[in-house]
Design a protein around this ligand. Sequence first.
Ligand SMILES: *Cc1c(COP(=O)(O)O)cnc(C)c1O
Length: 721
Amino acid sequence: MNALPSTGTPLLYDKCVEIASNLWWSWNPEAVNLFRDLDPVRWRKLDHNPIALLKEFTPELLEAKATELALHSRIHYAYRLLKQYENEKPQWARTHCGVLSAMPVAYFSLEFGVHESLPIYSGGLGVLAGDHIKSASNLGVPLVAVGLFYSQGYFKQHLDKNGWQQEEYINTKVENLPLTQALDKDGKPIQIEIETNTGVLYAKVRQLKVGRVRLLLLDTDVEGNSPEDRELTARLYGGDNRTRLRQEMVAGIGGVRALVAMGLTPSVWHLNEGHCVFATLELVRRRMEYEGFSFEDACIRIAEHTVFTTHTPVPAGHDRFHYNLMKEHLEPMCRKLGISIDYLMELGRDPHDPSGDPNGNFCSTVLGLKMARHVNAVSALHGRVSRRMWKHLFPEKKEHEVPIGHITNGVHLDSWCADQMKQLYDRSFERDWLHRIGEPGIWQEIYKVDPGVLWETHLLLKNMLITFARRRLARQIRFRGESETEAESMRTVLRPDALTIGFARRFATYKRATILFGDPDRLAKMLCSEERPVQLIFAGKAHPADVPGKDFIREISNMRHDPRFSEHIFFVEDYDINVARHMVHGVDVWLNTPRRPLEASGTSGQKAVLNGALNLSILDGWWAEAYDGENGFAIGKGTLHADAGIQFQQDAEYLYSVLENEVIPLYFDQDAHGIPRRWVQRMMNSIASLAWRFSADRMVADYVRESYLPSAGGMSCETIR
Ligand SMILES: *Cc1c(COP(=O)(O)O)cnc(C)c1O
């Protein structure tokens, strides 16, 4: 079957190591299943980390195991797929990327959610960045990504006996990640220096391969730094505002210096949030130094090549740094730019600063809006909200003229679509569909699939979710030191025949996780019907400092003490990409209840679409432009109320009523074979109308066309839509 000869033991082992060394493996079942099959139990225990797994084998042991399990040809095959992938240039890039091939896009983000074994993300922003670079890799868009290496990452979540969130920070075993040191043009490890008034900050540059994309991660854990600075990049969202500012300088200024040191010459600088905006100052400085431009002229030129994406629809969610912090850190940079610190403060001055003192704070988003010619929000509604929110910065413009457009977020199909669903699509769609997932026509074929087959596939995935949840629920109980009987009882919870609703997201209070619990009697009536049982699975972390968010978690997890709900409401701890994957694969309904318009886009519901789950959501973020009456369910009519309490009451009423009158009756309207025909029709509507539109392939293609190419060419055109 395979043409490659096996020439002795090291080859096989080396091939496995090479597969594990490119995060490509994480979205390719040929590779994932290979590692899993080597030792399913250790695979799970090791957080699906293939390098850690391979360390438990010697080349000889691996050879023996491969023989025992007949894995040789699968290893050779996966290796060959990787090499093909690394070496080919996709057709899409050849016809669509133009000038980018000589000068790539530099994509900056403070978090990247690529895989659960690389914990350098906390939520939506990170997973989006991960999906963006994976789709860029698949499409062949020349792109290099820049972020920070957090040696402890984001925390692991446990709940104590009272349901209170405990945070555990674990040192990532760096030796178990496929990181290498980035080298300069002479082959020497790169060391970055950043000057501040209180000393120099040093950083090294780690890198890893995400398919065809290189991800650079700056890390301040180097000699020369004070012990405190060595820990500067240890935790994501772990420190105070000073830590934060210093992290942002390392990512932004350090990121540019790293790329330059590596000899890369990006033509587009894509900055996500204000977090990386100091990159623009370094770019301006370089233009002034090497090309002799004035500060103003250099700013204009840099702006032409800068793309800025804003992700946050509330003023308080944007970075703001006090004058003293800015002076301490950016005065040396200002000196090189020939501007005063007061002038820099002016560039980041938000007249509507929430503190009421616009002169005291520097808002990095404000600088981002000024320093980028292409600015976009992440959904159509978020675009409108952002234009209103920042209108005061453009007093001469009408609201619709504020130069903020939108490119709606999407998700990476290979990462989020279950294998079983992919195989179903594979059997029914055109042969090259995987290279054309951003095209609407491809997905119309779903209507030709036998409804019974689609339903069976869904049930299989639902059962896999139930197995996963039971295991995790039992494990949680043991970890808390509760009784073994209690843990054992988890073996039988969750019914495959119950309508299963999933809610998994960060526990920020605007997401209103507890909205269903205002009327427990009504809820009990809805969930506990014998003919039409309903169960809810929750997951999510609250930010360590977010006490109200932790209260929500406690309230939900303690529902298990109420006998009416103990068989119907479950909280799975430690939400991460792994938990998300299981949940979006297996639930019937994906619930989303943000306070409109505070969800900029949201992406988890898009992941659910790919697997046939139906969205039940407030008309906010992406759902406001996705819902068409037949492809899921809406909660309410997209109205707002100035009073959050009243809006909560209204939305809760809408939610109860759509569940009672639409969702539950439709689900349990099943034919003699147990197939809910009209429900399956809606699954098809959802897949046909949404999968392509909310794919990261479509999103990246939009960025290339609307932002990257115009920026690379230095053409000026505002993206107002
Ligand atoms: C997709 C994802 C998110 C973002 O989903 P939202 O819809 O924005 O809540 C957050 N965390 C994880 C682990 C995810 O996989």
